[in-house]
Design a binder for this molecule. Sequence first.
Ligand SMILES: Nc1ncnc2c1ncn2[C@@H]1O[C@H](COP(=O)(O)OP(=O)(O)OP(=O)(O)O)[C@@H](O)[C@H]1O
Length: 493
Amino acid sequence: MSGVPQPDAEPKRWDLAPESEYRFELDPEQSVSIKLVKGQAEIFGFELAEGKPYLFGFECKAALFTWRGCTIEVTGDPATDYVSDETPMRAYATLHLALEQMRVRALCAARGSPAPDARGGAAAGAGTDPPRVLVLGPEHAGKTTLCKLLANYTTRAGQGWAPFLVNVDPSEGGWAAPGAVSVAPVLGPIPTASPANPLGTAVTTAPVSLSANALVPLVYWYGHAETKRNPLLMDRLIRNLGENVMDRFEQDSQGRSSGVIVDTPSTFASGPSSNAHRQQLIKACIDAFRINMILVVGHDKLHVEMQRTYGSLLSVVKVPKSGGVVEVDYAYRERVHNYALHTYMYGQVIRPPAGITNGSFGGENLADLVLSPSSTVINFSDLNIYRIGSDTMAPSDALPVGAVRTVSEMQPVLVNPALPGSGLLNAVLALLAPSNPDENERYDEEILDLPVVGFLIVTAIDIPKRKMTILAPNRGSFIGRTAVAGSFEWQDQ
Ligand SMILES: Nc1ncnc2c1ncn2[C@@H]1O[C@H](COP(=O)(O)OP(=O)(O)OP(=O)(O)O)[C@@H](O)[C@H]1O
C-alpha cells in the first residue's frame, strides 16, 4: 500500500468482555495491527495467536470477537472503531453445531459405523445427509462473513473436515479476479485481512511461493459484476461448478461429509433483477449442489418466500443479521475490484503502521506474499480472445417486442484486437485451460465449460504492428491459448 506516511501511533489497549466484539473500519491508505495480549479472540472464526501482530489494510472492515474475554492492542488509527456486546454469534455457533452433527452422521453412514447422538446412543431416525447449505440474503446482510465463519468453525473442529466453499457472487470473485465464480475445499481457517481476498488467498495468485493456508480453487469466468447481465451463462457456470463438486464427492467421503456452503450475491435475494432470473439462479444452485438447507440472513420476506417454495423439500432457516455488517457503496466495491486485481498481480503489499516491524498478513509472513508480474509483447494471432454473447448484452426479455437477438447469450464471439472498437485495452482476460485434445470430443460452446487457469490484462495495443502487451502473474507462452474478455477493466497505477 503506498501513500502518505502515517504518524507514529501509540498502541491502544482494549479489554473485551466475554461474548463481545471489537469492530473496526479502515479508510483508504490506512493500515492497523492488532495483537492479542491475553485471552482468546477470533476474526470471523479465525483464531488469533497470542503476542503476534496481525495486519489489516485496503479499507478492511471487520470484527474481532471473543467468547471468553480478552485484551488486545491496536496500533494504527482506524477510521471507526468501537466495541459491541450485541452479536448473533450464539445463533451462529448453534447453527454450526447442528451442521457438525449432520457431518458426523454422514461420515458414520459412509463408513458403515453407527452414528453417536447427543446422549451417546445411536442416532435413531436422523438423516445421514451432510450439510449442503445455500446462504441467501439482501445486500450487506453479512452472507460472505457467515459462510467464512461456518467454514472456519468446521475446519477448527479437529475432525479433518474440508468443507467446499462455493462463491457464485461474480462481483466479489472469491479467490480469483472479480467476474469469476469458484469453489475450493477449505482445509484450514481463512483469515480476514483485506477485502481484496475475503475468502482467503489462492495459490493461483502466488505461483512461486505457496502461502501456508492457500486454497486451490476451481474457477469459471462469468466476466461481469451483475448476474442479470447474462443469467443463462451464470446458470451454466453454476451447474459446471456443481458437477465438479459432485464428481469429487464420489471419490472423497471425508470431503463429501464435510458438506458445501454456497455464498450468493444479493441479487438472488432482491434488487432490480426480475423475479424469473432470481428464481432460476436459486434453483440452479439448489440442483447443482443438491442443497438441503437454505439459510436466509436477515430478510423475513425472503425467508417466507423460500419456505413456501422449498419448505417441503429442504430446511429453510432464518438467521439473524449482525449489527456490525458495514453498508458499503458502489465506489467502495469499485475500489475493492482494483485492490483484488492489484493483489492478484502483485501479491499482498501492505505498509504496516509505524512501530510495527514484524506484522503478518492473516498469519503469513509479508515478504512471502509479494509477487512480480511479467509484461510480454505478443502477436495478435498468438492468443484467441473471445467474448461470450454480444458486448452490449441486454437480457432477452428486455429486447423490444419482436426483436430477435443476432448473437445468442451463450455464443463465443472471436474478438479482433485490430479493430479500434475491440474494447480490449485494459481488459481483464481469463486464460482458459486447454480444450479437449481429442478433436471428436470438442463442441461449439466448449469455451463456456473450460475452467480458468489465470488472469491477464491487456496493457497496450499496437494496431499497425499487430501486437499487444499482456500483463500476467508469471512468464509463459500464450501461443494457441484461449482467453475470454468480460466487462472488467484494470489499469496498473
Ligand atoms: N460484525 C461485524 N463487524 C464489523 N464488520 C463486519 C461484521 N460483519 C461483517 N462485517 C463487514 O461488513 C462488510 C459486508 O459484509 P459481507 O461481505 O459479509 O456482506 P454480504 O452480505 O456478503 O455483502 P454483499 O452485499 O456484498 O453480498 C464486510 O467488509 C465485512 O467484513
